[in-house]
Design a protein around this ligand. Structure first.
Ligand SMILES: NC(=O)c1ccc[n+]([C@@H]2O[C@H](COP(=O)([O-])OP(=O)(O)OC[C@H]3O[C@@H](n4cnc5c(N)ncnc54)[C@H](OP(=O)(O)O)[C@@H]3O)[C@@H](O)[C@H]2O)c1
Length: 228
């Protein structure tokens, strides 16, 4: 994929991990944050980890998305709606927004192993409602552990990609498969993101019970993804 990827809320573990892996794959990445200088500091850290040739910069979230045709949202659920309302004017018409938000009950003081019901169905559907028709929303990367992304090893996980748009599915799937070990799985319509988001609550339970930080998913019985 040519052109930069903006990671909104990219200063947290999930955003940093994705940025690191994509930068290693040669992608240009813009880390987004509410605070442009925090974004620049994180970009600098990742640049040092990746080494020469890395193309990572940092910017305030709205500046980050104004420069990208593909944005990735990695903020806690409690931040999702308010941030998207702020960013809506800055999102480019025709752009793709990949949403990794999991509506954990911890967002409202509940257990991290529980996932909230969202009025629209999925957190990613709430995103689609908030950004409007000009931006295509994809739900993906909900089940990938930040702990694995920050390391060097292959990431043993499938990424289920849910969207109503075939081109956006291809873009998100190609990005997922730039991360060694990850296989993109066509998860059908955006409404299926509700199921994928729920799985993360179970993965957190597994992490607790098995005392690991690496639980993920693999779907069996599938051919390689159509069109790959
Ligand atoms: N961590 C994981 O292993 C993992 C795995 C799968 C999915 N996810 C999902 O991915 C998303 C990000 O996870 P994370 O662990 O990286 O989250 P996080 O550390 O809690 O937050 C990520 C970033 O969001 C920004 N943020 C926090 N509160 C905000 C607010 N009120 N308004 C605007 N921005 C705010 C912060 O950036 P600034 O302060 O720099 O703006 C923060 O660094 C979550 O929805 C999570 O459920 C996480």
């Amino acid at each position: 994929m040519s052109g930069p990827i903006a990671i909104l809320g990219g200063t947290g573990p999930q955003g940093r991990g994705l940025a690191l892996r994509w930068a290693r794959a040669g992608q240009t990445v813009i880390i987004g944050s509410r605070d442009g200088s925090r974004a620049q500091n994180v970009a600098q850290e990742i640049n040092q980890k990746v080494g020469s040739g890395a193309q990572i910069t940092g910017a305030e979230n709205s500046a980050a998305c104004a420069h990208a045709n593909v944005c990735v949202l990695t903020v806690p659920f409690e931040a999702q709606a308010e941030l998207l309302k702020q960013l809506k004017p800055a999102l480019k018409p025709g752009s793709i927004l990949i949403d990794a938000t999991v509506p954990l009950a911890a967002s409202v003081g509940g257990r991290p192993t529980r996932v909230l019901g969202v009025w629209q169905g999925a957190a990613a559907q709430q995103t689609a409602e908030l950004v409007g028709k000009g931006v295509t929303v994809v739900g993906a990367f909900h089940n990938v552990s930040a702990e694995l992304l920050k390391g060097d090893a292959e990431v043993d996980c499938d990424v289920i990609v849910c969207t109503d748009d075939d081109n956006a599915r291809k873009v998100a799937s190609d990005l997922a498969e730039k991360i060694p070990g990850i296989r993109a799985v066509d998860g059908g319509k955006l409404e299926n993101a509700r199921i994928v988001e729920q799985i993360t609550g179970l993965l957190i339970t597994l992490n607790i019970r098995y005392k690991v930080h690496s639980a993920g998913i693999r779907m069996t019985g599938l051919p390689i993804r159509p069109g790959a």
